[in-house]
Design a protein around this ligand. Structure first.
Ligand code: FAD
Ligand code: NAP
Length: 340
């Protein structure tokens, strides 16, 4: 039996810890409950927001509509062959618990994505990525409910149009679908990615002689715990901005002015990815704090809520950062976090 409550605080449901309210709120534990909620909404005609773990959202005002928290659970093996195992996870499964399940069972491919907060259902939304691995590398398919008519549709890899922290669900199909489950294709014969960031160094410090799925997962967990704020202690939604990808000729021009500007290969040989954290640090924002909204001192790509910041405070800070990076470097930073 579904329960739809009204005027409830969304503070416990977003990792920024911003205190806004939702006009209506419902939790769905099954497909039937989702259908019931959609049926209810046919008469109430509320705009709808699908919520996972709330770790990639900034609410800038009360949500005048229905927030549907999706807690569908279950993990099942669809098929396997000598090389691959196809695993379907329901959208409400916690992402890190799912990664740990795969690590434990020696299913290889997502260990670099350890400790990313949030749920399975949101993983294709922005093609989550870390340490050289993105969900698109292991994605097989997903099932999603078309919200306007309740029809279940399967999406292939190509149909999701994955990009750098992007998918069709963040673009032309934004707010159109509720992702119900995701199927991943994981390897039985490992092909590790360790050349990224400081994983190799962490493995060395941990005394790891032979690479394994567990060792990489542990290295990633250790690096992340040392660098990123824990949302349970300091409100945040991870990287607030995307790393800009700029044309190689523009990058070379910037290099003449700023010889130390870091750059990594972009989408193709003509493009270069510049770490936004470096740009933000160079414009003097690292460690900045205004009221309770701040730019995290150990990773300036992360904006934080030290307590009572509002979504508008954090959004205003992000606008100031965008403006000064644009002024100094001529690069327009794009917000990665979903703004509501
Ligand atoms: P939510 O915040 O609940 O939702 C995000 C968006 O997806 C919203 O627009 C929502 O409407 C939509 N959505 C959610 N679930 C569904 C669904 N089932 N169907 C349809 N739409 C849905 N991200 C990375 O990519 N890499 C990282 O390394 C990373 N590190 C992070 C570290 C920290 C400390 C934090 C706080 C965040 C980090 N993130 C990272 C961002 C975030 O954790 C991920 O983007 C995560 O996938 C969001 O999941 P969620 O369930 O919390 O989504
Ligand atoms: P980092 O390792 O200090 O690296 C800084 C930036 O340089 C990263 O953003 C990364 O881009 C890029 N980079 C580093 N080594 C690279 C290489 N070998 N090839 C290409 N690009 C390289 O970054 P960090 O902040 O500690 O984060 C580590 C990883 O976790 C990154 O992949 C980051 O994206 C991910 N992360 C994401 C979020 C989020 O909310 N989205 C939050 C925390 C961490 P990429 O970002 O493209 O990888």
């Amino acid at each position: 039996m579904i329960k739809i409550t009204s005027h409830i605080s969304l503070q416990p449901f977003n990792s920024f810890g911003v205190d806004v309210s939702a006009r209506y709120f419902a939790t769905a534990e099954s497909l039937e409950e989702i259908q019931e909620i959609l049926e209810w909404n046919k008469t109430h005609q509320q705009r709808l927001l699908v919520l996972g773990g709330g770790s990639n959202i900034l609410f800038t005002h009360d949500y005048d509509g229905l927030v549907l928290q999706n807690t569908l659970k279950g993990i099942s093996i669809i098929k396997e062959d000598d090389n691959y195992i196809y695993i379907k996870a329901m959208a409400g499964e916690n992402w890190h618990s799912f990664v740990q399940y795969c690590v434990k069972n020696q299913y290889q491919g997502i260990e670099n994505l350890s400790l990313i907060p949030g749920n399975v259902g949101a993983s294709p939304m922005q093609n989550i990525g870390a340490y050289g691995v993105e969900i698109k590398d292991v994605f097989e398919s997903l099932d999603a409910l078309h919200l306007p008519n309740g029809e279940m549709i399967s999406f292939t890899h190509a149909q999701c149009k994955f990009g750098y922290r992007e998918s069709i669900f963040k673009q032309s199909l934004r707010n159109q679908f509720l992702i119900v489950s995701v199927t991943y294709k994981l390897r039985k014969q490992p092909k590790f990615t360790v050349s990224y960031g400081n994983i190799e160094q962490a493995l060395e410090e941990m005394g790891v002689r032979e690479l394994s799925i567990e060792a990489i997962a542990n290295a990633v967990i250790q690096i992340r715990q040392s660098k990123l704020p824990d949302p349970a202690k300091i409100g945040n939604a991870g990287s607030f901005f995307k790393n800009p990808v700029i044309h190689q000729t523009f990058y070379e021009a910037l290099q003449k002015l700023y010889p130390e500007i870091p750059g990594f290969p972009g989408s193709d040989k003509f493009m270069t990815k510049v770490p936004a954290a470096w740009l933000i640090e160079q414009t003097g924002w690292k460690g900045y704090r205004k009221g309770d909204a701040g730019c995290y001192p150990f990773q300036p790509l992360v904006l934080v809520n030290y307590g009572k910041a509002t979504g508008t405070d954090i959004y205003a800070l992000s606008s100031e950062i965008i403006e000064s990076v644009q002024e100094k470097f001529g690069i327009l930073l794009e917000r990665e976090v979903n703004i509501y």
